[in-house]
Design a binder for this molecule. Sequence first.
Ligand code: HEM
Length: 380
Amino acid sequence: MFPVGAEATIEQLTADPHPLLARLRAAEPVSWLPALNGWLVTRHDLALQVMKDAATFTVDDPRFSTAQVVGPSMLSLDADEHARHRTPFSRQFRPREIEDRFGDFVRAECARLVDGFVATGRAELRRALAGPLAVAVVADALGLDATDAKRVLAWYDAIVSTVAEISAGHEPDPGGAQAFGELRAHIEGSTAKPSLLADAARALALPEVVSNAAVLMFGGIETTEGMIANLVLHLLTNPSQLDVVRADPARIPDAVEESLRMEPAAAVVDRYATRDVELAGASIARGDLVTVSLTAANRDPAVFDNPDEFDLGRPNLRHQLAFARGPHFCLGIDLARLETRVAVEAVLDRLPGLALTDPATPAGLVFRKPDGVHVRWDAP
Ligand code: HEM
């Protein structure tokens, strides 16, 4: 019934999924993949349809592994409960508020990180810049100072590995629960200080603030690290497009969107069918897992001409779906864009003659990023 999906493997989806996703999109745009034990949606229009119809395709399901570790949050609720959890944070994530609240911090942190390695002439930019910046921003958003970034990373790692264990059907080790307990203790002690969380604490019960704080952390670290690393990689492997942004740095935001289109740092979003439903010839049963491939939707030739090309001149590059759509569209869009823009500005400005030293490509089943972005430049 779904021959292309039947043959798909996790390895293919993890390494270079684009040829497989192109075949699925053309022949089986909603396909059953035994490897995922669920449906995979690969067309742009169908991806939008699923993400916008939360009554039929919900996140609110006991199998949702993140919620098993951090409790119910905006990420795992729908309808009125979703709005109740999300609204107390939304105002603070508007572009103006993000620039006012985080602009100077992000610029200073990028400058500090680049200062740390600029004299060496070589670095691996994912671990030297993208990762530490993403952690520092989340630490700051949670009301921790920069010296506590290590704690945030330790909590993050423990929670992520527990979520992965649960997703793989294993019994989780207690590390995730312990990390979540430490995060809770920190937040309980800090909501009196002005921060993003203090405002939310006026509208939500404390355990709800803690769960949503964990989701901000969960959503804001690995994705942003990947988003920055992928953009640097796309620019360094597409010299003509690098020339465009070097000649006119005002084009950096276009490069950010086009890089997100080529490789969304979060490749998929998961939903569960609330009823039996037909979608593009597929008979989805109530309770089935429906995974939307943002990666596949972003290279749909019905929307994007020559979809495998990194091209800042696309008229519609903002139609990319890396931040999802519908009620769960990413809350951190403008913060992630700010971090990525400033990081790339710093790299281009302060590392003259920048070039890759080792080939690299993004990889990963859910979070896609290169293993490393090894570069050299003309040291001062
Ligand atoms: C500072 C950085 C970030 C923060 C604080 C953040 C926060 C969040 C939060 C709180 C949600 C849940 C919204 C809801 O359920 O109503 C969310 C959703 C999402 N975020 Fe982000 N995010 C960040 C960066 C990113 C990046 C860099 C990407 C990918 C390039 C990304 C992709 C997504 C996606 C795809 C969803 C939708 C999940 C779903 O529909 O199931 N986020 N984000």
